[in-house]
Design a protein around this ligand. Structure first.
Ligand code: DX5
Ligand code: ZN
Length: 220
């Protein structure tokens, strides 16, 4: 049986009750904390930075999966490692020397992730796939929670899985944006390993139960 990993996106948490929401994730069936860092340049929004990540890491008891939506992430890689990131994902579109960035992330002891925007073809990852621990397929245009899922993502999962198999890589496929009970099962059937969910979890009446439901319905 496949154990799909569920990664609630803290972007949709109540920042006035951040510790409460972190404890909720700690005590839920969730596997990872998904942390979205936005710079207002790479994406048209600014989320939060180092002090908030430091506060989250102080309470989080699960893998911290940091998704950087920032231009030129290289100067900050060491800092994110020191703050407690376990996975560090950079955007393909934001890295001039992606291979170098991946090596720098791994040198700090973190898993190296690459996120690609909805318009970016998965074929562009063919030459780096062996160096990538995690591909984050954006299923919305990055920048905001609560957007509608882009259906073309299903096709990209299948194409990416082919690249992973062809290269004998053990890369995880993570889906980020618009994930809900409407698409979770099909995403996993197509080949997703990790589902990020923000709005669907935090805007539900019972986030703990919603996480458990996502976990259960993706056991295939
Ligand atoms: C979007 C972020 C996502 C976002 C997902 O730029 O990368 O992680 O928080 O939120 P939902 O699940 O609400 O689409
Ligand atoms: Zn994200």
């Amino acid at each position: 049986m496949k154990n799909t990993l569920i990664a609630p996106s803290v972007l949709s948490a109540d920042f006035a009750n951040l510790q409460r929401d972190i404890e909720m994730i700690n005590n839920s069936a969730a596997d990872w904390f998904h942390i979205d860092i936005m710079d207002g340049v790479f994406v048209p929004n600014i989320s939060f930075g180092m002090p908030i990540l430091e506060a989250i890491a102080r309470h989080a008891k699960k893998t911290i999966d940091v998704h950087l939506m920032i231009v030129n992430p290289d100067p900050y890689i060491k800092t994110f490692a020191a703050l407690g990131a376990n996975n560090l994902t950079v955007h393909y579109e934001a890295c001039t020397h992606l291979h170098r960035s991946l090596q720098a992330i791994k040198a700090e002891g973190m898993k190296a992730g690459v996120a690609i925007n909805p318009h970016t073809n998965v074929a562009l990852l063919e030459d780096t796939i062996k160096d990538i621990d995690l591909v984050c397929l954006m299923s919305v245009n990055p920048g905001f929670g609560g957007q509608s899922f882009i259906e073309n993502t299903y096709k990209k999962i299948v194409q990416l899985r082919e690249i992973i198999v062809r290269n004998n890589a053990d890369t995880l496929i993570e889906i980020d944006g618009g994930v809900s009970d409407k698409n979770a099962l099909e995403l996993v059937q197509k080949g997703a390993d990790v589902l990020v969910a923000g709005n669907f979890v935090f805007k539900s009446g019972n986030p703990t139960q919603t996480i458990a439901d996502l976990k259960n319905l993706t056991r295939i």
